[in-house]
Ligand binder design. Structure first.
Ligand code: 13P
Length: 248
């Protein structure tokens, strides 16, 4: 089964009108890229990015989405709102949301359900902390995070979910998982899905995230179960992000 690689930039809380314009213009100017490519921008810049991306194959995504539909939920943004601004994807359950904002597995599962109901493709982030890895709990943690979503959505929903395996200890630290370390967890994730539906497991795209850079992207994406990347820091530099897209 050949899966098209998918590279998504997670700008996190970075950017500004001028910087975004320069970055997106440079990405567009690169023309055709050999992967599915998306940029996940802060909410206030969705409209700007939607306009800038017109006529481009680069898709738009948000970095979060509410588990609610509408109503008295101050500060929340619904999936329908994201669709109105041209979003294809929404990152769900990024480790920064889990650790800094207390998002739980159950809440993240509800966000995946709502995102799909709104017509978005969730980019579901899962991954262990350094303490969990050192305690040999990587598979347990990743399985719990995955199972919470599986039990809420069912396996069929994974035909329209992208998974991002992001070991927390590799995020923004410059410490990348080795290709083999990442591959082992990616294969574990795919096997867990295959236990429920082998076809869906074979189709689902599993990105690696955590200090992916032009210098390591190729060897990571050469691994059989690594289907792309979710890129933080390097997605803010057009040259680096494009180099990663071209490595796909
Ligand atoms: P870095 O690429 O900056 O390590 O961030 C990874 C990440 O968290 C993407 O979601």
């Amino acid at each position: 089964m050949s899966r098209k690689k998918i590279i998504a930039g997670n700008w996190k809380m970075n950017g500004g009108l001028a910087a975004n314009q320069a970055l997106v213009t440079a990405l567009k100017a690169a023309g055709d890229l050999p992967a599915d490519v998306a940029v996940c921008v802060p909410y206030p810049y969705l409209a700007q990015a939607q306009q800038l991306l017109q006529g481009s194959a680069i898709a738009l995504g948000a970095q979060n989405v509410s588990e609610q539909t509408a109503g008295a939920f101050t500060g929340e943004v619904s999936g329908e709102m994201l669709r109105e601004f041209g979003c294809t994807y929404a990152i769900v359950g990024h480790s920064e949301r889990r650790t800094l904002y207390g998002e739980t597995d159950a809440q993240i599962a509800r966000k995946c359900v709502r995102a799909q109901q709104a017509g978005l493709v969730p980019i579901l982030c899962i991954g262990e902390t350094l303490a969990e890895r050192e305690a040999n709990r990587t598979e347990t943690v990743v399985a719990e995070q995955l199972d919470a979503v599986l039990s809420a959505t069912g396996i069929a929903a994974f035909a329209n979910i992208v998974i991002a395996y992001e070991p927390v200890w590799a995020i923004g630290t410059g410490k990348t998982a080795t290709p083999q370390q990442a591959q082992d967890v990616h294969a574990f994730i795919r096997q867990r899905l295959a236990a429920q539906d082998a076809n869906i497991a074979a189709q689902v795209r599993i990105q690696y995230g955590g200090s992916m850079k032009p210098g390591n992207a190729k060897e990571l994406m050469a691994m059989p179960d690594i289907d792309g990347g979710l890129i933080g820091g390097a997605s803010l530099v057009a040259e680096d992000f494009l180099a990663i897209c071209k490595a796909a």
